[in-house]
Design a protein around this ligand. Structure first.
Ligand code: NDP
Length: 477
């Protein structure tokens, strides 16, 4: 029998992806550097579908029908290059290598270029949803050539998650690195979403005085409204969990040092290169990093906070409603920033990414799946050239309705000394974008003063310089 698809790299993700293909009726060739894992997969799950176990790279390639579709699901970075080097010489023009790992899109662009010369389609593919998603339906973000999508698309559509309206959560995102770029930004938005939820939790606890289990109930209520999402749902689960050993809330026995694997950091690094202000995502990455500086935090613990008698009395229930408004408004800003980065990447690399389609395939399977994404899709479907999500009428109206509460929440946070870098950065972004005048004019004056960097005027064309050290007359530069 020849297999329609092969998966090499059978750790949690690869194994579950292979099972997903098999459960959907495809014959799947499976291969892993350590052969024991291949055998274990077939022994344990062979009954779920049709697998062909391959011990060697040669056997693996020989098991695949042509053109070959070969999925790599190994540790991102050098292992991916090692595996490509092992398989590429065994392949023929027209064959496809699908990299489903969390590769950096620049690596994907390089690999695609290198393999194109050999006639091999390299399909850098973002996969989101963790191991559960890989098995039952992930959100899939393939890049690569349109021809490769013609061949792969129907299979990916079959194994992908389905949105509430039944649409498969996969689309051809764009050429070469487009898929991995979009996956990267997805993860950046995920960091921001998690940070905002964390701040909401902290405020409900420290300002409103709710317990973790009460806050879990609040999140459950929010999850029936416009914040309906996987992350809100699991937040309630985590907050209501009680540690068996101590009987304390689970959140109170876990070390408060957040770890990260790097895709959030990439989102910010690339945003800096592209000149896109993703301040909310950046604050989320920095908040994780700050949490990890145990020594710095210990050394700072005695620093002064707000004086007790100035603290507000709050109506807890009313405050919780305000926090919901602040969370929702900040979330709109995070997505606005993330989609701006996708637009900038798409322009820089000529990817022609359909933003509505991206919102659509994030509706199911992935970590940021949310009812909210339907509305983002609708916004871009109505106006594909929307300059920013904030210029969509519906979102603008919602922020208009939320902003007073959003500001009040930040006033309370500031008075009580509760850090809210995500909420604050989001509001600063919103206020900066709507400002008639920014202090950037002063910045330009300073730059011209110390470095003769010149400036533009609001009333005339051209570049100008003021002779600051002389008679302060203006000259055309
Ligand atoms: P790991 O990232 O832990 O990778 C382990 C796999 O890589 C094993 O199959 C291992 O083979 C193989 N491998 C490592 N080095 C080499 C090498 N030099 N040559 C050949 N094979 C090698 O596995 P995961 O399943 O967690 O993730 C797979 C990919 O999917 C990663 O790129 C990850 O970033 C990405 N991803 C993971 C998600 C998750 O939730 N875990 C979600 C989305 C994407 P061996 O058994 O022989 O050691």
């Amino acid at each position: 029998t020849s297999a329609q698809i092969g998966v090499t790299g059978l750790a949690v993700m690869g194994r579950n992806l292979a099972r997903n293909f098999a459960r959907n009726g495809y014959t799947v060739a499976v291969h892993n550097r350590t052969v024991a894992k291949t055998n274990a997969l077939v022994e344990e799950f062979g009954h779920e579908g049709s697998f062909v176990a391959a011990e060697t790279a040669k056997e693996f390639v020989a098991a695949l029908e042509r053109p070959r579709r070969l999925v790599i699901m190994v540790k991102a970075g050098e292992p991916t290059d090692a595996v490509i080097q092992e398989f590429a010489p065994l392949l023929e023009p027209g064959d496809m290598i699908i990299d489903g790992g969390n590769a950096h899109f620049a690596d994907t662009r390089r690999r695609e270029r290198e393999l194109r010369g050999q006639g091999i389609h390299f399909v850098g593919t973002g996969v989101s949803g963790g191991e559960e998603g890989a098995l039952n339906g992930p959100s899939i973000m393939p890049g690569g050539s349109p021809e490769s999508y013609e061949s792969l698309g129907p299979m990916l559509e079959k194994i992908s998650a389905k949105a509430a309206d039944g649409a498969p959560c996969v689309t051809h995102v764009g050429p070469d690195g487009a898929g991995h770029f979009v996956k990267m930004v997805h993860n950046g938005i995920e960091y921001a979403d998690m940070q905002l939820i964390g701040e909401a939790y902290q405020l409900l606890r420290d300002v409103a005085g709710y317990s973790p289990s009460q806050i879990a109930d609040i999140f459950r209520t929010w999850n029936t409204g416009r914040l309906d999402s996987y992350l809100i749902e699991i937040t309630a689960e985590v907050l209501s969990h009680v540690d068996a050993a101590t009987g304390k809330p689970f959140v109170d026995v876990v070390e408060d040092r957040a770890e990260q694997k790097g895709t959030g950091r990439w989102t910010v690094q690339i945003a800096l290169d592209l000149g896109v202000p993703v301040s909310g995502i950046a604050e989320a990455v920095f908040a994780r990093s700050l949490s990890g500086h145990a020594d710095l935090r210990a050394a700072s613990r005695g620093l002064a906070g707000p004086t007790a008698q100035q603290l507000d009395e709050v109506d807890a229930a009313a405050f919780a409603d305000r926090v919901e408004q602040a969370l929702y408004a900040s979330k709109i800003v995070s997505y606005t920033q993330g989609f701006h980065e996708i637009t900038a990447g798409s322009d820089e690399y000529d990817w022609n990414i359909d933003l509505g389609a991206v919102a659509s395939i994030w509706r199911g399977g992935c970590i940021i799946r949310a009812a909210f994404l339907d509305r983002i899709r609708a916004a871009y479907d109505t106006r594909p050239d929307l300059p920013s999500l904030l210029s969509d009428d519906t979102f603008a109206q919602e922020i208009a309705a939320a902003q007073d509460d959003w500001r009040e929440v930040l006033v309370a946070a500031t008075r009580q000394g509760v850090p809210t870098p995500g909420f604050s950065a989001a509001l600063a972004y919103y206020d900066a974008l709507r400002a008639e005048r920014l202090p950037a004019a002063l910045t330009q004056g300073q730059r011209d003063f110390f470095g003769a960097h010149t400036y533009r005027r609001t009333d005339r064309e051209g570049s100008f310089h003021t002779l600051w050290g002389d008679d302060r007359s203006e000259v055309e530069a």
